[in-house]
Design a binder for this molecule. Structure first.
Ligand code: XMP
Length: 510
């Protein structure tokens, strides 16, 4: 079944993916495509509406990204946001000029009645971020919103169904921004809201059944959300013809390997092979202290372990990759996906004998992948799992990785995770874990002197791991965590809290 589609044309603004996510959250499928897309391609794509994103350029600059004016003659509704609204005004005969004062941040706007402002109050705060402004509207357009500094904060022509907004409806700071986008989709474009994750699951399973038939499929399962959801979808379509290989490198968190086996093998009845390679990895890591060498060794060994298992299976028809939509956009704006460079999946294709790669999640944003996970009945611990690096705990142990240090790390990390969940902070903190520093300090426990490891707590908030801030865990929660770790965990006698943002630090310590 085909669903309705909206086209989001990318003019290089920082919120572009956010616009696409907001549209999808309203139950309408959309794709983010480069602004250079030709009119023929746009027609072929057959969208119910087009959104021009913001961007850093000025429309009157020589090399600024443009679009063929014919786009307004296709009979498809258009919404221009920020740069997109300047471009709309500019191409249709309005005037855009550099403003004397830039306008950044929260601004109050007054709305006029229009299909775009249905169910919105007369006044609301919105988020502005622009230097240029429109000084004359094109013929046929009327004002929909104005602010003190910006007489044409939003405008439109209901007949042609072309609209522009100077502010950013996609950001949280814009009150009723979501409502405005929803109005564009439902009141202007005639959306029916057919993009739901239950539809997706249903359609995807049918499509996969048809495509895969009774061919053999192989999947590298890491325990991470993407591979777990991809494998579960495929399992629903082909059952036992899917084989999953899970390499346990011995660097996972407490109970993690058992949980993967219990959810996917015992619970879902998947054909899941666990490669117990912990000893091999630990041997290879003996004496290694350099972080990059650790990563390299783990990456190579991972591929080797996977290769050994997959050779036992023999030739397969399809290899599953957990590629998601942001990977597709970043790797060439929707043209073709590069296989993820993460060590635990990158590099696999060359060692596996397969005919084709299959990527069932390549149309989905991360939050949609999670919804699909829930839709498929996966537990919260899998679906909401925090990001975990391929090299695992090895890069959270400074210096040499030993069995003893792994145990200390696992136990302390488990306490941290338990207490963060108990305090109800597990969904607002992006990542939280403990690290074994390579410092030992003196302590006193009972009447005895101790000389043990310093454990660091690392907890960050982030949107995409590119930048991060240290999480403000309340002191009383930190107190419980600290007390529990020094009392319950062997070889730990001091706890410190990492209060560094990224940049200049990174999230992981190595
Ligand atoms: P950093 O430490 O660079 O981490 O700020 C950014 C995010 O990436 C995760 N990370 C990895 N993920 N393979 C992965 O799959 C890796 O080698 C790897 N190294 C770091 C890290 O946990 C954080 O979420």
């Amino acid at each position: 079944m085909q669903h309705q589609k909206v086209l989001v044309l990318d003019f290089g603004g920082q919120y572009n993916q956010l616009i696409a996510r907001r549209v999808r959250e309203q139950g309408v499928f959309c794709d983010l495509m480069p602004s250079e897309m030709s009119i023929e391609k746009i027609k072929e794509y057959d969208p119910i509406g087009i959104i021009f994103t913001g961007g850093p350029s000025s429309v009157y600059e020589k090399d600024s990204p443009q679009i063929d004016k014919a786009v307004f003659g296709l009979g498809i509704p258009v919404l221009g946001i920020c740069y997109g609204c300047h471009l709309t005004a500019h191409l249709l005969g309005g005037k855009v000029e550099s403003a004397v004062a830039s306008e950044y941040g929260k601004t109050e706007v007054k709305y006029t009645r229009s299909p775009l402002t249905k169910d919105m109050p007369e006044k609301a705060v919105c988020w502005m971020s622009h230097t240029d402004k429109i000084t004359k509207l094109p013929d046929g357009f009327s004002v929909i919103a104005e602010s003190d500094n910006c007489p044409f904060a939003a405008f439109g022509d209901d007949k042609r169904k072309v609209y522009g907004v100077q502010f950013h409806p996609e950001v949280n700071h814009t009150q009723y921004g979501t409502q405005l986008l929803r109005n564009f989709l439902y009141e202007v474009c005639g959306a029916v809201g057919d993009w739901t994750m239950s539809n997706f699951v249903h359609n995807q399973i049918e499509t996969l059944k048809e495509k895969l038939g009774n061919k053999k499929v192989l999947c590298a399962m890491s325990g991470g959300v993407d591979s777990a959801v991809a494998a579960t979808l495929i399992h629903k379509a082909v059952g036992d013809n899917l084989t999953c290989v899970f390499v346990d490198h011995g660097l996972l968190r407490k109970y993690e390997a058992d949980e993967v086996m219990s959810v996917f093998k015992d619970g879902l009845g998947m054909n899941l092979i666990k490669a117990d390679a912990g000893e091999v990895f630990l041997n290879k890591l003996k004496g290694v202290t350099d972080p990059e060498r650790k990563r390299k060794i783990i990456g190579e060994e991972f591929i080797r372990a996977f290769e050994t298992e997959s050779k036992k299976i023999g030739k397969v028809d399809f290899l599953v990759q957990g590629t998601i939509y942001p990977d597709v956009i970043e790797s060439g704006k929707g043209k073709s996906a590069v296989i993820k460079s993460h060590h635990n999946v990158g590099g696999l294709p060359s060692v596996v004998d397969f005919k084709e790669i299959i990527e069932p999640l390549r149309d989905l944003f991360k939050d949609e992948v999670r919804k699909v996970g829930f839709e498929l009945g996966l537990p919260k611990s899998v679906v909401m799992r925090q990001p975990f690096p391929g090299p695992g705990l090895a890069i959270r142990i400074m210096g040499e990785v030993t069995e003893e240090k792994l145990e200390t790390l696992r136990d302390s990390d488990y306490i941290l995770r338990t207490e963060i969940a108990k305090a109800g902070l597990d969904e607002e903190i992006w990542q939280y874990f403990t690290v074994i520093t390579d410092s030992k300090t003196v302590g006193v426990q009972g009447d005895f002197r101790t000389y043990e490891n310093v454990i660091a707590i690392r907890a960050v908030t982030s949107l995409d791991a590119m930048t991060a801030d240290w999480a403000r865990i309340p002191y009383d929660v930190l107190e419980i965590i600290s007390n529990r770790i020094v009392n319950e965990v062997k070889h730990a006698n001091r706890i410190v809290y990492d209060i560094t943002s990224k940049p200049p630090a990174t999230i992981e310590w190595e």
